[in-house]
Design a protein around this ligand. Structure first.
Ligand SMILES: O=C(O)[C@H](O)CO
Length: 407
């Protein structure tokens, strides 16, 4: 028997690696001699750095950067390791779009979550203010990864405190945003109306050799009623007046980008991710926007690793109808089925919500909740690993029975 174990984290309870370990522990009680292919997963959101570092035997790195309010903080990012896919080095070899730009095959691949430097967790009800928050720290993280030699960067976009169109990120990489007198404008989305000219002559030359894979959590455009400011501004503290001002500023920013760089970012799907960081990345770097779980699946070569497997166990803290929209269990299902159409896919979750029957139609064979009885959230979190292992064991018992009967 061969199992692929490819879950996301159970947020607040277990990392993806701990989740995978608990699943394997349960299955091992039934199938002690089975082969287990361990692939901790993520969808580009929180936990992506940890999962990819764990999946590839990579390293966690730290850099001192500015948080969204321009206070110094230490943020983590990752460099992928060599043992992603059955010992095959991942270095610079993300298949698909990234491979084309991979001018330095031996260069490490970095993984960054923008929220590590510019996330909403850095502000509170008193300090959140998307007029002034900046993605400068995300640019500093990119720089740190370049210093490490990375020329392919997987960048998780989302969970931000910012609405600056990625101008802060670009500034940290050497782009200058100037007013009509030729002076730099202040950082923050509230000041982009002062932008008269963009000067890219000082951009870090390594950016031209670097492919950035944007793993965005949304497909919203930069501006308009479904844009960054209107949809995500309020959660960052924007009042209706501020939303209007921020949206107008991003439209002005997009117009100057179009005039000075010849790139249209106003309406590109995903450009509105993380307060328009998606737009800034598309404008100032060699970036490609992709589904986060697809990027992660390709990076760890999940489809290849599922060849010959009987079952794939995946899962996430919560599973419901939204799982079909780019969440890890769905992405894992697509990836393993592409390499192995006959594989059985079983999803385990802490919470099972409405609409999971849609997932059956999309290829997930069965979904199981792991909580055995009514309990508080604190209890469910504390007992998560044991509950998960027990559920995996019980599903394993069913599989063993089926196996036995079919013989
Ligand atoms: O950071 C944000 O604005 C949201 O997560 C959407 O990307």
């Amino acid at each position: 028997m061969k199992f692929v174990i490819a879950p996301d984290s159970f947020k607040g309870c277990m990392t993806a690696k701990q989740t995978a370990d608990a699943m394997r522990e349960g299955l091992r009680r039934v199938f002690p001699d089975a082969e287990y292919v361990m692939v901790p997963m993520a969808d580009g959101g929180e936990g992506t750095v940890q999962s990819l570092v764990d999946a590839t035997g990579g390293t966690l790195r730290q850099a001192t950067v500015l948080d969204p309010l321009q206070r110094e903080t230490v943020a983590e990012y990752g460099l992928l390791g060599n043992d992603a896919a059955s010992g095959t080095r991942v270095s610079g070899k993300v298949t698909g779009d990234a491979a084309e730009a991979d001018t330095t095959p031996a260069a490490p691949v970095a993984v960054i979550e923008m929220a590590a430097a510019s996330g909403i967790q850095f502000v509170n009800d008193e300090t959140k203010n998307p007029l002034v928050t900046t993605t400068y720290g995300t640019g500093q993280l990119i720089r740190a990864a370049l210093d490490d030699g990375a020329r392919t960067i997987i960048l998780g976009v989302g969970g931000s405190a910012t609405n600056d169109g990625g101008a802060g990120m670009a500034e940290a990489l050497g782009v200058r945003f100037l007013d009509s007198a030729g002076n730099p404008i202040p950082r923050g989305g509230g000041f982009l109306d002062r932008l008269a000219r963009i000067d890219v002559s000082g951009i870090d030359p390594r950016i031209a050799e670097t492919r950035i894979l944007i793993a965005s959590d949304v497909t919203n455009p930069l501006v308009g009623p479904t844009g960054a400011s209107a949809v995500f501004g309020p959660q960052k503290g924007a009042t209706p007046d501020m939303v209007e001002r921020l949206d107008a500023n991003l439209a002005h920013y997009a117009a100057i980008i179009s005039r000075d760089l010849g790139i249209d970012v106003a309406h590109t799907p995903g450009a509105g991710g993380a307060g328009g960081l998606g737009a800034g990345l598309l404008a100032f770097t060699k970036s490609t926007m992709r589904s986060g779980v697809e990027i992660v699946s390709q990076t760890v070569r999940l489809a290849d690793r599922a060849v010959g497997a009987d079952y794939c166990f995946t899962g996430e803290g919560g599973i419901d109808f939204q799982t079909q929209y780019g969440k890890t269990p769905m992405g894992v299902t697509r990836a393993v089925r592409s390499g192995n159409p006959g594989i059985g896919v079983i999803a385990l979750a802490g919470y099972v919500g409405e609409g999971i029957d849609q997932l059956y139609d999309l290829g997930i064979d069965a979904v199981f909740g792991i909580v055995p009885s009514a309990m508080t959230l604190a209890e469910a979190l504390a007992e998560g690993p044991a509950n998960l292992a027990r559920t995996a064991e019980n599903v394993g018992r069913l599989l063993a029975l089926r196996d036995c009967k079919s013989r």
